[in-house]
Write a protein that binds this ligand. Structure first.
Ligand SMILES: C[S@@+](CC[C@H](N)C(=O)[O-])C[C@H]1O[C@@H](n2cnc3c(N)ncnc32)[C@H](O)[C@@H]1O
Length: 276
């Protein structure tokens, strides 16, 4: 079968199954397994697929038809224009989290120390260090499996520019340490929504997505403990749920922070800045 005809047939199958972006997903998957850029699929649309190429893409499409996210099928996700390795041990980095990186770049003074709490794939820490080589970046996660992925990404993307990784529950690895800036995209989806959202979310680590108390439990703990780990003029940047603005402003002020909340490009509250 020719590439062009095959793309049409798998797009149709994905559409029939109720996948949101069937043409895009078909192209991304096919391009990945053919080791091409997406635009080359058009240039090469008359090229006939080999049996092994077709069988590899067929297998991948079967996974997508079960709603497995494209990023887990290809094993990669672009974030901050960098290519991150991902697998089922880590949350797939989201475009809206790029705003948190922008804010961190803005707030971090020259040569300052930065902690990325709940680092997952390392997306935030690695993107930050890639843009700002002067920063001294530490990153941590409770999941040893996630940290393996983060370390791999740091090595692949940063080479010799190092990040220090730590395993543990929130601030436990950082007793007596202080940072100029703490950034975090913690789990903040309400546990009661489990199973009721997009089917793709069922494939991501639940500990990365969901938190108790309507998604507030981990954020609350970070806000409560952060003052102990921030320098005198330190800043805490948090990605938050779109329904968390009032809660963050209240919890932050109670711990002595000045709080402001920035909306994302969709107009939803997304990044909270808490200044000591
Ligand atoms: C929403 S994901 C964020 C991943 C990555 N920072 C990103 O933005 O793509 C949250 C991460 O927090 C980690 N996590 C959950 N609870 C934690 C805890 N109590 N202490 C440290 N990390 C935790 C999870 O393992 C997961 O990797």
């Amino acid at each position: 079968m020719k590439i062009g005809d095959y793309i049409k047939s798998i797009t149709h199958a994905l559409r029939e199954a109720g996948i949101d972006s069937p043409a895009l997903d078909a192209e991304v998957i096919a391009a990945h397994f053919l080791d091409m850029d997406r635009h080359q699929l058009v240039t090469w649309s008359d090229r006939v697929l080999s049996d092994s190429e077709k069988s590899a893409i067929d297998k991948a499409i079967k996974r997508r038809l079960k709603f497995e996210p494209v990023a887990y099928i290809t094993g990669m996700k672009e974030f901050y224009s960098l290519e991150f390795t991902v697998n089922k041990d880590v949350l797939i980095p989201r475009p809206e989290t790029e705003l948190l990186v922008d804010m961190a770049i803005y707030w971090a003074g020259l040569n300052s120390s930065v902690l990325d709490l709940c680092t997952g794939s390392g997306a935030i820490a690695v993107a930050l260090k890639h843009s700002r080589g002067d920063l001294d970046v530490c990153a941590s996660d409770i999941s040893a499996k996630a940290l393996k992925v983060a370390e791999k990404n740091a090595e692949k993307i940063l080479g010799k520019r190092r990040i220090s990784f730590f395993e543990g529950d929130l601030f436990t690895p950082f007793k007596d340490e202080k940072f100029d800036l703490i950034v975090s995209n913690p789990p903040y989806v309400s546990g009661v929504l489990k199973g009721g959202l997009q089917r793709e979310l069922d494939f991501e680590p639940h500990d990365a997505l969901y938190a108790d108390d309507d998604g507030r439990a981990v954020i609350r703990k970070i806000i409560d403990e952060a003052p102990l780990y921030l320098d005198e003029k330190g800043v805490l940047l948090l990605e938050i749920g779109s329904n968390h603005r009032d809660f963050i402003e209240d919890a932050g002020r109670k711990r002595g922070f000045t709080v402001s909340v920035l909306n994302d490009y969709a107009g939803l509250p997304r990044v909270a800045t808490l200044k000591k």
